[in-house]
Design a protein around this ligand. Structure first.
Ligand code: HEM
Length: 161
């Protein structure tokens, strides 16, 4: 790829929305076998993996904006975590299992993509825990969907500088 090539969105670089659906399905298929995570997802909506994949694909630049198109929003995603009393131990297990699954699913492993992905996962999982604590009230419904980008690297790995 030459320096003049346009910078793809994170979702394009990852292989398009199907890459996130395959990732989420693989991840939530493993959750029932994990002692720390299984109880909190025991009565999970059968469409859970699909909804999470739509959400992340949208944040990473899917122009179809599938989560919003289906009536979702950032506030609605956050609201799913209200009152769940998630712990730091559960968050850490979630992100560890997710990063293992990212490798198994064959998502790009260039430093630039992984930096953006890990940055988002750290941010979003910590928001999930914060918003699950006692006394947190529902967020403003009009809060904007996050739009994640490449950050300081500016684009994917294109060979040695
Ligand atoms: C990147 C971070 C995360 C994103 C994007 C995310 C997104 C979502 C979305 C979109 C839903 C609604 C799913 C639906 O409509 O069926 C949801 C629900 C939920 N999330 Fe998260 N989440 C994240 C992190 C976490 C973490 C770290 C935990 C726990 C350790 C967690 C626990 C849950 C639970 C328990 C539900 C409800 C499941 C159900 O019973 O259907 N989430 N999340």
């Amino acid at each position: 790829m030459s320096d003049a090539a346009p910078v793809p969105s994170l979702v394009e670089w990852a292989g398009g929305p199907p890459a996130f659906h395959a990732l989420a399905e693989r991840f939530y298929a493993k959750v029932p076998q994990d002692a720390l995570l299984a109880p909190i997802f025991a009565s999970m909506n059968p469409e859970h993996a699909h909804h999470v994949a739509d959400f992340v694909a949208e944040v990473f630049g899917d122009p179809a904006r599938p989560y919003s198109a289906a009536g979702g929003s950032h506030a609605k995603m956050i609201a799913h975590h209200l009152g769940r009393h998630l712990t730091e131990a559960q968050r850490k297990r979630w992100i560890t299992l997710m990063l293992e699954t990212v490798d198994e699913a064959g998502l790009p492993d260039d430093p630039e993509f992984r930096a953006a992905l890990v940055g988002y996962l750290e941010w979003a999982t910590r928001l999930a825990v914060l918003n699950s604590q006692p006394g947190v009230v529902a967020p403003q419904p009009d809060m904007a969907m996050p739009v994640w980008g490449w950050g300081p690297p500016g684009g994917p790995y294109r060979g040695p500088a």
